[in-house]
Design a protein around this ligand. Structure first.
Ligand SMILES: [Zn+2]
Length: 89
């Protein structure tokens, strides 16, 4: 900038900072997006991140606790039947 107009950068300098951990082990010093604790590059941008109620990792089908317990019960029953058949031989 040329000229002699004094620029008031104090509010800009005093704005809250991001604070995300960086690769060099320090903290990001970019200004945080208003209403968030992160900058535009670290998840502060609008509509960034996972949608609310994301259930991609939800366990279902044969891998639920209930299904595994049922499989265990089935196994016990089959083992018992097998033992019984061996005794009858
Ligand atoms: Zn950041």
């Amino acid at each position: 900038m040329t000229g002699t107009h004094p620029r008031n950068t104090a509010p800009m300098q005093a704005s809250p900072r991001c604070g995300a951990r960086t690769r060099d082990g320090g903290t990001c010093s970019a200004p945080a997006i208003q209403g968030t604790a992160r900058c535009r590059m670290h998840g502060g941008a609008r509509r960034s991140g996972a949608p609310r109620g994301n259930r991609n990792a939800q366990t279902h089908g044969l891998f639920t606790r209930a299904a595994k317990a049922e499989a265990g019960q089935d196994r016990l029953l089959l083992d018992e039947a097998e033992r019984l058949l061996q005794e009858l031989k």
